[in-house]
Each structure stands twice: as C-alpha cells, then as structure tokens.
Design a binder for this molecule. Structure first.
Ligand code: NAP
Length: 250
C-alpha cells in the first residue's frame, strides 16, 4: 500500500510564499518533507518558513524570479544544494493570472504569463527530472486551473498557458514515468488566496452553481497536491485532477 508519509523527501514548491503554494509547503512539511519555499518576496517566504519550523517542520526559503530564465536555472541549482544533493518532489505552483480581453492584452503580459506559467516549469523539470529518473524515484505536480479546459471570456491568455502545462504533464508522464518519476497535475477551481483577493465577489460568482457552492480554500487544494506527491498515488501518472468543488463536472 502507498503512504502519505514524506519523511526523508526534499520538496521544492514554487510560489510557496502565498496562497495555494504556502498551504502546500505547510502540508508537505507536516507529512515529513524538507520543503524548499520558493518565491520572490523574502519577507513572505521567511514567514512561511518560520510557520513550518514553529510546528517542528523542516523548511528553507529560496528567492527566485521565475520570469527570469537565469533565476530559474539558479533556483534549480540552489534547491539541489539545499536538498543535500537531490530534490524528490517538485510542485510547479507559481503562476500569474492577469485577466483581460484579448485585444486589450499587452504583449508584455503574453511573455510574462508564458514565462512564469509554462517556461519556468519546463526549465525546472528539465533541470530536476533527469536526476530523479536516475535515482528511479520522484514526483512532479503541476498546478493548472479549470480555465485550462473551458473557454472563459477574459481568460484566454491564462487558460491557454495552463492548457500547455496540462499537455506537458502528460508528455512528461510519458517521458519520465518509465524511469520512476510520476508527473501529475491538479486543476483548482476558484480558491480564496492573496492572489485572488482582488477579484472580490467574482470568486463567489464563479463558484455559485457548482455542487459545493463556494470557493475553495488553499488547504483543500494542498491536500490533492500532497496526495499526488506521495506514494499513495503510486499508480497515478499523467492525470490532471480537478479540485474544483465539481465546477467542471456539471
Ligand atoms: N486561486 C485560484 O482561484 C486559482 C484557481 C486555479 C488555479 N490557480 C493556480 O494556483 C497557483 C497559485 O495561485 P494562488 O491563488 O495561490 O496565487 P497567489 O496567492 O497570487 O500566489 C502566487 C505565488 O506565485 C509566486 N510568483 C508569482 N510570480 C512569480 C515570479 N515571477 N517568480 C517567482 N514566483 C512568482 C508568488 O510569489 P512572490 O510574490 O513571492 O514572488 C506567490 O507565492 C497558480 O498557478 C494559479 O494559476 C489558482
């Protein structure tokens, strides 16, 4: 039987200074992982690390700007160093989601969204998955969105970037799965985080009419990520699990 226990594993969580990433970092640490908390903001990062350490967990902050290719490569190297030579779990959670009508989207947003949401996960997997495959063990979880499979006005850029990530999840499962690395994704529905606070009541509107009838909490998404990162999901490869209160089911 698989286990939820992550003792002895090193987990790199991007975007772990806020929202879903911070909740994931806390939960993976609670399950025994040494968590590398990545983000740009050192104050928020150190606060997440302090919270984990206060509860007896193991964590370190690593600063990185995932919009900068050099910084992404540096993050991978630093993570391996802090992890004592290996990273066993990679959670590609960092993401940006500027919503706009297509004709009003500045070209700089296109580069920024594809940079953080697609290119950074790609570079991190390229840097870290081969070593996982060599060890014959590893788990990668990509954080997608329900907007990756539904056409939503104003979310064309964001949704398309996450649709690319969903295909990468499957392609990487094909590429690395035979060598012991499981690659999966979660597709959250509307979830209350620091990042979605600006959406105000719109987040409730998005959740209205779903079977659960309310937005998600970061901890509820983290539970699914922690499951996919653990041996309990040993037979799950290339799946993108909706964690959306039933939004995409009805
Ligand atoms: N909340 C939702 O309703 C929802 C729904 C579906 C999918 N998602 C996905 O879930 C993930 C997390 O969302 P969230 O709501 O928790 O977001 P959030 O509260 O805005 O947090 C985003 C995280 O990403 C990091 N980040 C952003 N740009 C970065 C950059 N250039 N370099 C490094 N780190 C960067 C931020 O860290 P720093 O500011 O410290 O850099 C922060 O930790 C995203 O991929 C999002 O697309 C969210």
């Amino acid at each position: 039987m698989g286990s939820f226990d992550l003792s002895g594993r090193v987990a790199l969580v991007t975007g772990a200074t806020s929202g879903i990433g911070a909740a994931t970092a806390a939960l993976l640490a609670e399950r025994g992982a040494h968590v590398l908390v990545a983000g740009r903001d050192p104050a928020r990062g150190e606060s997440v690390v302090a919270g984990i350490r206060d509860r007896g967990g193991k964590a370190d902050f690593v600063a990185a700007d995932l919009g900068q290719p050099d910084s992404v490569r540096q993050l991978a190297g630093e993570a391996v160093g802090l992890g004592g030579g290996s990273v066993d779990i990679l959670v590609n959670n960092a993401g940006i989601f500027p919503f706009s009508q297509t004709e009003q989207t500045p070209p700089s947003d296109i580069d920024a969204v594809y940079g953080v949401n697609v290119k950074a996960p790609y570079e991190l997997v390229a840097a870290l998955a081969p070593a996982m495959a060599e060890r014959g063990r590893g788990a990668i979880v990509n954080v997608s969105t329900v907007a990756a499979e539904r056409g939503v006005a104003g979310m064309a850029l964001y949704g398309s970037s996450k649709a690319a990530l969903d295909l990468l999840t499957k392609a990487w499962a094909a590429e690395f799965g035979p060598r012991g690395v499981r690659v999966n994704g979660v597709a959250p529905g509307p979830t209350r985080t620091e990042g979605t606070a600006v959406m105000g009541d719109y987040i409730d509107e998005l959740a209205a009419g779903t079977p659960v009838g309310r937005p998600g909490e970061p901890g509820e998404i983290a539970e699914a990520i922690a499951y996919l990162a653990s041996d309990a999901a040993s037979y799950v490869h290339g799946a993108v699990l909706p964690v959306d209160g039933g939004l995409t089911a009805v």
